[in-house]
Design a protein around this ligand. Sequence first.
Ligand code: ZN
Length: 406
Amino acid sequence: MKSLIRTIAAVTLAGVLLSGCGGNRSEDPKAKYIFLFIGDGMGVSQVSLTESYMAYKKGNLGGERLTFSSFPYFGMASTYSANRVITCSSAAGTAISCGAKANNESLGISPDGEKLKSITYHLKEDGYRIGIISNAPVNHATPAAFYANSASRYDYYELTRTIPSTGFEFFAGSGFSAYYGNEGKDEDSESYLERNGYQVCFGEEEYLNRPADCRNLVLCQKHHKGQNAKDYLIDGMKKEGVYSLPELLERGMEFIGDSEPFFIMCEGGTIDWAAHENKTMPLINLIREFDAAVAMAYEFYLSHPDETLIVVTADHDTGGVSLGQGIEWLDDRLEWHKIDSAWTAAGGANTLGYEENKALNDAAFIGWTTKQHTGNDVPVYAIGKGAERFCGKMDNTEIKGKILGE
Ligand SMILES: [Zn+2]
């Protein structure tokens, strides 16, 4: 009897340990519909900053949540790369996509030069339709980590030329870095892709007038047609004729459909760029825009709750922001109104110079420790089928296996 009780106790404990925060693994570990959102540079402090601002706008000290920070499962991921404590986006993207560490600046390649396999190729083999979406260029580090193998993240033209061999259904981004290869001597990216079976649409008019039999598409911003995608729209303000991240995702979900399983990676790439410049309000606007894209996936989840997994994470923290710099906890609070009114006066646009921006951050008591990436852990939020796997401390290389249920 005693041993039976011990056995039951052991089994119960094992069950509790295996189920992590309390969820249960179902028999088929993979969700039919998978969304992976990556806020580039979006550390946990950037999320707190955004929620603090949202609370300020309601006249409160706190208590606001984004869609994704309301998800029931939460963990933290370490982000170091194979050769540095502080990762870059290509090594971190590779870790998330391929489940293995890479050196900074390499994409889908191990430190030994071995080609690594992205989760997208595993899922493609299993009949999933694949969408890769970013508001950064289509061939930028994070999106490219989900389709390319390259010793350098900066071989932009070659990364673009990888796209046709993927067979993936949908790509979206601001455009192409290195639109013309070899300083304009090589074929332009649009012609190359279209000659190899991919329709390239710049803006809504081209998208709506795409051929009816189009099965593989690259969607870009209208103003980047025929040129390098080099302007960085980092203020997070909606502009006429420019797709927002939710709009890019909406086109992707429409194009891919839900008759077959799908995997969609959706990156808020310009969050990182705002953080590199320590621009507080653009950063907040971009995280809220990113959250609006997550909210679209959440809507989809509500109609397919047993078949959908949504994971939201970051590749690394950028800027090392803190809520409070040089203030005493007994007598002061963040001066949100100072930063808010100054950005409002500037029309919300990203026009403030370095000194002006720094003075605003200081006046509002918002501290930035660097203009580069940090080695801070990043948050991982999840909801849906298999979401319970994303609890507790993990390494970024574990995310792939957790999505696949391995
Ligand atoms: Zn960066």
